[in-house]
Write a protein that binds this ligand. Structure first.
Ligand code: 2PG
Length: 282
């Protein structure tokens, strides 16, 4: 594996003793987040959650574009993290292939899965607006701690009925999730596994989902429960965070507030993709 960290002296001319003091080094870790490209259910405008649909044709293209951006800017990784869902896994595979990194370890964990959308999974988002009203659907989609109605235990959408989750203790498997519940289960992986890995110097890429990445940036950037309701993550665009030794983000020049990480590529196109996520319910 590559050297332990990308820390560099603040300036030249430190004595050996000064260099060994923690304040003499500016530790900096790069972590890249990417939401999967458009999925077939994004395309059909259906609540997806833990449903395991593939990337759409447009989503495959987005993943390749994101991969090319990472390549052209010289990014490389030691370890990849993704969910158990093929839209995120495929996006990651496309990136790793483009970067000639198909040999690096990939960790697949349900803790990075999309937020479980409960009884809404499979429903068309716009038809749900027509039935329940825009305000109610906005609460289900973007409120911080109000989960959508739960799915039934007999439902095909209950993860306990899916062999993919046979090894996960049943009491951890959701019937529905708010963003807060998603954040809670994501942060277990982040704090216990990913942070030590990053601090050990491994360069990590995370290919995940709209709401798990909202949960992560909320945590990293200290975004309030109110402000996070307005934040949307575009599909297929790499989002680069530089973290200090305390895992606090260092604000990037091109960051779109309230994020401090920067999206790669054309910012107008990024904003258009964010707008497309918002426009799924009118
Ligand atoms: O349907 C979903 O699972 C998510 C992500 O596609 O949608 P939303 O942006 O409405 O939370």
């Amino acid at each position: 594996f590559a050297p332990a960290f990308t820390g560099k002296p603040l300036s030249t001319g430190f004595s050996k003793a000064a260099l060994s003091s923690p304040t003499a080094l500016e530790m900096k870790y790069t972590v890249v987040l990417v939401r999967h490209g458009e999925s077939t259910w994004n395309d059909e405008n259906r609540f997806t959650g833990w449903y395991d649909c593939p990337l759409s044709e447009a989503g495959l293209k987005e993943a390749h574009e994101g991969a090319k951006l990472l390549k052209s800017e010289g990014y490389t990784f030691d370890v990849a993290y993704t969910s158990t869902l093929q839209r995120a896994i495929k996006t990651l595979w496309i990136i790793l292939e483009e970067l000639h990194l198909m040999y690096i370890p990939i960790v697949n964990t349900w803790r990075l899965n999309e937020r479980h959308y409960g009884a809404l999974q499979g429903l068309n988002k716009q038809q749900t607006v027509e039935k329940h009203g825009k305000e109610q659907v906005q609460i289900w989609r973007r409120s911080y701690d109000i989960p959508p109605p739960p799915c039934e235990e007999s439902s095909e959408y209950y993860p306990g009925n899916d062999p993919m989750y046979a090894d996960v203790p049943k009491d951890l498997l959701p019937y529905t999730e708010s963003l807060k519940l998603t954040e809670d289960r994501f942060l277990v992986e982040w704090n216990e596994k990913m942070v030590p890995l990053i601090k050990s110097g491994k360069k990590v890429i995370i290919a995940a989902h709209g709401n798990t990445l909202r949960a992560l940036v909320k945590h990293l950037d200290g975004i309030s429960s109110q402000e996070i309701t307005e934040l949307n993550i575009p599909t297929g665009v790499p989002l680069v965070y530089e973290l200090d030794e305390n895992m606090k983000p260092i604000k990037q020049g091109d960051a779109i507030a309230p994020l401090t990480g920067k999206y790669l590529g054309d910012l107008e196109q990024v904003k258009a993709r964010i707008g497309a996520v918002v426009a799924q319910t009118k």
